[in-house]
Write a protein that binds this ligand. Structure first.
Ligand code: LLP
Length: 451
């Protein structure tokens, strides 16, 4: 794997940090040339805690959670917002999710364990996954989780068997593949027909399986679920998915005489990774989903279901940044300029995996214009190891602290120990205070599992 050839005609934008618009966390500011977030000097924080370092603006996260809750509850009383913890998870964020009144979407035993360790109420936990192991299902059912999102007919039988053995009746949703092609990277598109997720609607399979679910002991079919993909800008895709789902609910009522009480439309709202990106707002997303469900239910004469959404990225991505220290500079004439940082694909695999774009700045030169085009490469033994490819940056010197914006989602949760790299600490900043919420890994941690 190597990097795409550099576009040598690309010009630096000469923007200073505060001109980067919606990629910035809410409390970002520049004081005496330094980038501050949450009232904390990022240069000072990097010195204290070391780099690479994940930093989250707590106020930003909380405000987005509040905004999501308000956007939905003000339009649709019987609604809930679930935080998709695969985007970012540690015990501290779980506590914030609880304080802000959201529910939690977990996608496996590990995420469930973290939720329970942070005392998150099990009945507000929703369990996802296309291949939950029998052990994970047993852990979830015995913990008393609110809903299990059943992904296949085989899993339906498994949930029934385990719940029966534990003497419980488990509330379930069935995940349906609505056949909607969302406008996003193909690797994170999940609603189209060729998907490993959910019950396909082809050849009436999903419909038949609803019948099976209704006759299956020890489970109660509480609702339906769909998730069409991630980092979606075009809101009409959500309206289309809602239409397919509500029509399906009507068909279930007509065919089986059964009313589906809850409808979970998944996550997927896109965010700004570059200053040019213009994602939809939380309000516009809420408007499309709430209005579509309401209208379609009226059309089909269905009672309004409880409506749920599961945002991950749009709650945390722009609240998070990653700090690195510049270690090596290399200029390859006529090719590109490399600025090597003390992290890389181990703390952010998204660039290598999806050719993701990010906006960087130098935290100790935050008021200087970004006058060069550089590639921020990592320290790993792989040519494609880069965090930022061909983006503007201030003139870098060794020892500078680079801040990469928009890394709050799917970076720490997808981190690895490649090349024996210890995973970064996670620090939350707020009102001038910095608190470590996940400590940096140590070499002892790396060795702890070897026998
Ligand atoms: N619900 C379900 C069932 C999901 O599978 C996902 C994400 C979400 C909710 C949250 O979606 P969001 O609001 O964050 O878009 N690693 C990729 C993203 C994979 C998304 C997986 N599912 C990335 O780094 O872009």
């Amino acid at each position: 794997m190597s990097l795409p050839a550099s576009d040598l005609s690309k010009k630096a934008d000469n923007r200073t940090t505060m001109e980067l618009g919606s990629v910035l966390p809410e409390t970002a500011e520049v004081r005496d040339g330094h980038l501050w977030i949450g009232g904390v000097d990022m240069v000072e924080l990097a010195r204290q805690e070391g780099t690479a370092l994940y930093v989250f603006d707590e106020q930003d996260m909380r405000h987005r959670m509040e905004e999501f809750m308000r956007a939905f509850r003000s339009r649709y009383e019987n609604s809930d917002v679930l935080f998709a913890s695969k985007a970012f998870m540690n015990k501290a964020v779980v506590r914030i999710v609880q304080e802000e009144g959201l529910c939690l979407d977990v996608s496996g035993g590990g995420e469930l364990a973290c939720a329970l360790a942070a005392d998150f109420p099990a009945e507000r936990v929703f369990v996802h996954g296309n291949n939950k192991t029998p052990q994970e299902l047993e852990e979830a059912i015995s913990a008393g989780v609110g809903r299990i999102i059943v992904d296949s007919r085989i899993e339906l039988a498994r949930v029934s068997e385990i719940a029966g053995r534990l003497g419980k009746v488990q509330d379930i949703y069935m995940r349906i593949t609505p056949g909607v092609e969302a406008d996003t990277h193909e690797y994170i598109r999940t609603g189209c027909e060729d998907s490993k997720f959910g019950f396909t609607m082809l050849e009436d399979f999903a419909y038949t399986c609803v019948g099976t679910a209704l006759e299956t002991p020890n489970v109660r079919l509480a609702g339906l679920h769909c998730h069409i993909g991630s980092q979606i800008f075009a809101l009409h895709s959500f309206g289309e998915a809602a239409a397919v789902m509500v029509e399906f609910m009507a068909r279930i009522r007509d065919g089986y005489g059964y009313t589906i009480e809850e409808l979970d439309l998944g996550g997927g709202l896109g965010i700004a990774y570059t200053a040019e990106d213009a994602p939809s707002t939380i309000d516009a997303f809420a408007e499309v989903t709430c209005a579509s469900v309401r209208e379609l239910c009226e059309q089909h004469d269905l009672p309004l279901p409880r409506l749920l959404v599961e945002p991950g990225r749009s709650l945390v991505a722009n609240a998070g940044v990653t700090l690195y220290t510049v270690g090596i500079l290399k200029t390859l004439p006529g090719i590109r300029k490399y600025v090597a940082v003390d992290g890389g694909m181990s703390d952010n695999i998204r660039t290598a995996l999806y050719h993701a774009d990010y906006e960087p700045t130098i935290a100790n030169k935050a008021d200087e214009p970004r006058s060069e085009i550089v590639t921020l490469c990592g320290k790993h033994c792989e040519s494609g190891d880069a965090v930022v490819v061909d983006m503007p940056l201030q003139r870098a010197d060794i020892g500078d602290i680079v801040c990469v914006f928009g890394t709050g989602a799917y970076c720490s949760t997808m981190a690895s120990n490649y090349n024996g790299q210890v995973r970064p600490a996670v620090v939350f900043v707020r009102d001038g205070n910095a608190r470590v919420t996940t400590r940096r890994e140590t070499y002892q941690d790396l060795l702890a599992r070897d026998v």
